[in-house]
Write a protein that binds this ligand. Structure first.
Ligand code: ATP
Length: 281
């Protein structure tokens, strides 16, 4: 089946094992999925693109609030294009010593190419979460180390020749697009932006159904009502609701999850988020 369990630790690690995430495993986000697939067709149809003299696609930026499925979309993109998938987070490149971040960026791309060759793939997708950490606006020498890291990323992007294999596509995610250095957004760099918003009610129901697949729900459960009650919840929070509901069921030694378990779980996730927010104030 699909591997839905992308934990924090797995996202931190460089080598994410072959991805089986597909666009069907992602709830809602219909517009984002369509836009992304259209962009990815540029990678797939590289020969036609080259013949027509169209500038090849190098970078796709996913923007939107946390937990909405940006990482899932990047993984699905790798599956869709039959590419190897490498993930890193912007914060991994922040180091005390000058040059370390830049050399990590270099290594990341080197490794992506090497893995693609080894696994006999024509392309590699390098996903950088929290790109704003290294790609924030440059401010005249104050963050020299970050500058070198960002420069290295720009160098890598400029060096991508999409006529030679393995082709490399960079996907990046941020929830603070306005913070990004304009150098990153120039044509030929991250010039495709896809918004990944909080799901609407229909999207929430879709996501709830996806995360209900491996769980025993009582026949009386009305997920539509839960979708109604979870206004403003992210995909990650909805996954949390399904998981908490199962825990409530277990505590009551119930063999199925019923509506009351789900409602309690909604309250818990909602409250949990509130206290999180208050404690960071
Ligand atoms: P961040 O910006 O915090 O990295 P993100 O947008 O990359 O967040 P993901 O890592 O893709 O979010 O999602 C986290 C988890 O939340 C997923 O592993 C999945 O369980 C659940 N999830 C989020 N969005 C969706 C969705 N659209 N459909 C199904 N599950 C989702």
């Amino acid at each position: 089946g699909a591997s839905m369990g992308i934990g924090g630790s797995e996202r931190k690690s460089r080598n994410v094992t072959p991805s089986y995430m597909t666009f069907d495993d992602i709830g809602g986000q219909q517009r984002a999925k369509t836009e992304l697939q259209e962009a990815l067709d540029f990678l797939i149809r590289h020969d036609e693109i080259a013949k027509l003299g169209i500038r090849p696609l190098k970078g796709i930026l996913l923007t939107g609030p946390p937990g909405t499925g940006k990482t899932l979309l990047a993984k699905a993109a790798a599956h869709y294009t039959n590419s190897i998938f490498m993930a890193a987070s912007g914060s991994e490149f922040v180091e005390m010593y000058v040059g370390v971040g830049a050399s990590r960026v270099r290594d990341l791309f080197k490794e992506a190419r090497a893995r693609a060759v080894k696994e006999n793939k024509e392309s590699a997708i390098v996903f950088i979460d929290e790109i704003d950490v290294i790609g924030g606006k440059r401010d005249g020498g104050q963050h020299r180390e970050y500058d070198q890291t960002l420069n290295q990323l720009l160098t890598e992007m400029d060096g991508i020749h999409t006529t030679t294999t393995p082709r490399v596509l960079i996907m990046a995610a941020t929830n603070r697009k306005e913070m990004l250095d304009s150098a990153l957004l120039r044509p030929g760099r991250f010039d495709r932006h896809i918004e990944v918003d909080l799901p609407d009610k229909k999207g929430r129901l879709h996501i709830l159904n996806i995360h209900a697949k491996n769980k025993p729900l009582a026949d009386t459960v009305n997920l539509e009502q839960i979708a109604e009650e979870t206004f403003h919840f992210s995909g990650a929070q909805l996954e949390g609701v399904m998981n908490e509901a199962a825990i409530y069921a277990m505590r009551q030694e119930a063999i199925t999850i019923d509506q009351s378990h789900l409602s309690q779980a909604v309250d818990k996730v909602m409250l949990g988020e509130k206290t999180d927010r208050e404690s960071t104030k």
